[in-house]
Write a protein that binds this ligand. Structure first.
Ligand code: ATP
Ligand code: MG
Length: 298
């Protein structure tokens, strides 16, 4: 009897000792996993940062060199006796380069504004049909030069939605810019706008371009992240277009999803809520959700 009770007490204390050892082991294991994922995240952030610095200096230096070089030629007009054609051409090159610089700077300002929660958007009833047509029209020349076809299909029952027309244009410009940039000759880009199940609008931008693997997609969604950033410089860009588009969609209470397959193509789905459901998110909330992520492409 006494032995039995003693035996029980002993086995209970052994059990609780095991339980506490096991608990400690689980806690140590969890801490190790957390440490490992923090290290992987830090490594990815540092890789993206160094690629960003390399790309940014290229992005800023190239147009600045154009501005400095051609304005110097214009300043030496007296000595060089430039013809009217040359003067116009140099002025045009300076104007293009300055426009590009401004676009890059605007992207960076947008990102920091979204991250700090100081980004506000308008919420009016807008007609997405017109916005998509205008965005596509602005790529007509570059698509023709790249020998890529752009198709647009709009559902006849497309409802009006609420939001900021300028930001919507920016979202689709960013997505189309990527589709044109990463689709080789003879490829097709299709833009489809459908009525969503909740009475909102779903827009799908598909391309038959180079596509991305799952890992590359993660890099692409990181601000300043560019797939194969080291070698893809000739394509230009700062790696901000996609994160900015995603952040702008989320500011409208929507979602941006990407599916992509290497060498097959990419599909970006923008889901915008019904105009009756739109409560335009406070910049601060979205900024906080975004963490390192953020926002444009002209
Ligand atoms: N449609 C696409 N097909 C294949 N790769 C894509 C596509 N869209 C984006 N990517 C990849 O994702 C990266 C990030 O895209 P993002 O639009 O953010 O930046 P970017 O186009 O490089 O520069 P920016 O848009 O700032 O001018 C691209 O550099 C590219 O590697
Ligand atoms: Mg882009």
């Amino acid at each position: 009897m006494l032995n039995g009770a003693f035996g029980n007490t002993r086995s209970n204390s052994l059990m609780s000792e095991y339980a506490s050892l096991l608990g400690d082991a689980v806690l140590r294991h969890r801490a190790r996993i957390a440490e490992q994922s923090a290290r992987i995240e830090a490594e990815l952030a540092s890789k993206v940062k160094s690629e960003f610095i390399a790309n940014m200096s290229h992005e800023l230096r190239t147009p600045l060199n154009t501005v400095i070089g051609f304005s110097k030629l214009l300043a030496e007009h007296e000595r060089r006796k430039l013809g009217d054609g040359e003067i116009v051409e140099y002025a045009q090159l300076i104007n293009d380069a300055a426009g590009h610089l401004l676009a890059v700077i605007n992207d960076i300002l947008d990102i920091s504004k979204i991250q700090s929660g100081r980004y506000t958007i308008d919420a009016r009833e807008v007609n997405l049909d017109e916005i998509l047509q205008a965005a596509i029209a602005s790529f007509r020349v570059s698509a023709a030069e790249a020998n890529v076809t752009i198709q647009l299909r709009i559902a006849i029952d497309l409802p009006p939605i609420r939001g900021d027309a300028v930001k919507f244009r920016q979202i689709f410009t960013n997505l189309l810019s990527n589709a044109v940039k990463f689709t080789p000759a003879k490829g097709t880009i299709s833009v489809e706008a459908l009525r969503g199940s909740d009475g909102g609008v779903t827009v799908i931008v598909r391309d038959t371009g180079i596509g991305m693997s799952e890992g590359e997609l993660l890099v692409a969604m990181t601000p300043f992240g560019q797939v194969d950033g080291g070698r893809a410089r000739w394509r230009e860009g700062t790696g901000l277009g996609l994160p900015i588009a995603k952040a702008l969609v989320e500011l409208h209470g929507g979602r941006l999803e990407i599916r992509s397959a290497k060498s097959i193509g990419t599909e970006v789905v923008v889901i915008l809520p019904s105009r009756h459901l739109v409560t335009v998110a406070e910049g601060r909330d979205v900024g906080a959700q975004l963490g390192h992520e953020a926002s444009q492409r002209a």
